[in-house]
Design a protein around this ligand. Sequence first.
Ligand code: BES
Ligand code: MN
Ligand code: ZN
Length: 482
Amino acid sequence: MKVFVRYINEAEFACDALILPMLEGEGTGYYNNIDNSLNGLIKRVIVSKEFNSKHNEVCLIHTEGKIKPDRVLLIGLGKKKDITRDKLRQAGGKAASHLRNLSIKDAALSTGTVHSLKLSPVDFIEGSLLADYDFTKYKKEEVSKGIKKITILSGENLYKQVRRIEKTASAAHFARNLVNTPSNDMTPSALVRAARSLKKVSVKVIDRRQAEKLGMGAYLSVAKGSNEPPKFIVITYKNKNIQPIALIGKSITFDSGGISLKPSEGMEKMKYDMAGGAAVLGVIKAASEMHMPVNIVGILPAAENLPGGSASKPGDVVRTIGGKTIEIVSTDAEGRLTLADAIEYAKRFKPSAIIDIATLTGACSITFGNEAIAMMGNNESMMEKMKKASEETAEKVWQMPLFDEYKDYIKSDIADLKNSGGRSGSLTSSAYFLKEFAGDTPWVHLDIAGTAWIDKDRPYIPKGATGIGVRLLLSFLKANSL
Ligand code: BES
Ligand code: MN
Ligand code: ZN
């Protein structure tokens, strides 16, 4: 979907559908003139209560040649006092999904109501772009639907903002595609290909032999049960001469639990255990396409966690690249093993900060459902900045504590640490485990286990992979690169 901006009267703009955002309880509101041209068709659906302008409510009316657009699509914004930026984004998503489902290709957005609310039509359109997504690659019959173009009818100069949302939405779609792809196709080697598809970045891949030489024993232990070769992927995008920021994404292409095998029910969803890595790739893709003035090192310690004749066993002890030893009490707490080596490896780049993003714990989704990313870290000011980015993007983060008492949870009798403190407190004790590797480097951990996958459609996120983290981290980088 391509976005255009044109300054032209709504009634004069030929298109398949003109989108009219409507406020609840305000009648035809901004659109009296159009309604007059339509002989009161809009008023009629409002008076008859067929359309009440409730938030995300839609109503499609054929114009039968009375104005240039073939149809008008009324989209409810709800009550004026309740409107927020994200509600506007949602309305944009809802309107676009409705048009998509009807195979409508060419739409326009009237900006009158939005401007009267002192909001930006760009947020509405961001929702439309994010909603305009499907994953039909594996369906023989179904062809991918999609809106071809949407024109914002406005006299403002929105060029920069529009390019920005186009790039961020397409990066989110890129991440969703990687996550939705089943693990037989989305292997560690496939992640390498995805990384190499990015432009203006350099990609280095550390294979099993090199990782052994480097001493990445924790990371490698996760891949031992699988025939898929592990790939430790390092991507750099540098467009400013400053210390890099390290973005580490958990990249377990399938998590069976290993010898500590997961129950089979619902296991198919564990293809989304590389959503953190997908988010990092999405962020770097958009950053490079937008020429963002940043220096990013992206790290994806990719591996597949399977049981097998040479798989790690509970009780095994492994050594990380930095020398710390870890007792593996559960082979299902594999993410933190890969992240331990990745964090220590990242420190070699002398980063100003490390952010890891990971589908790390079931406890995260038990706590927040699909609603929030759990955030923990060793640097309050960085976390405050992340909260700002969260407010900007509505990719919600919620800070959780890292009490020193959690240190006891991960004490091992025979090694420096153990990889699991059991289920009680596992959201925070898993983060505490990572903190031991971050050391003094400012570090933030984002647990996206609850938010990376949804089972029901949302106004601008179809069910399946959400692409969470892409917009959040881009907003964080933008605000902190100026
Ligand atoms: N990938 C899982 C976490 C997960 C669970 C993500 C459900 C998304 C949905 C992770 O590797 C894991 O298995 N964690 C265990 C840790 C436990 C063994 C300490 C968990 O949270 O149950
Ligand atoms: Mn696991
Ligand atoms: Zn996992």
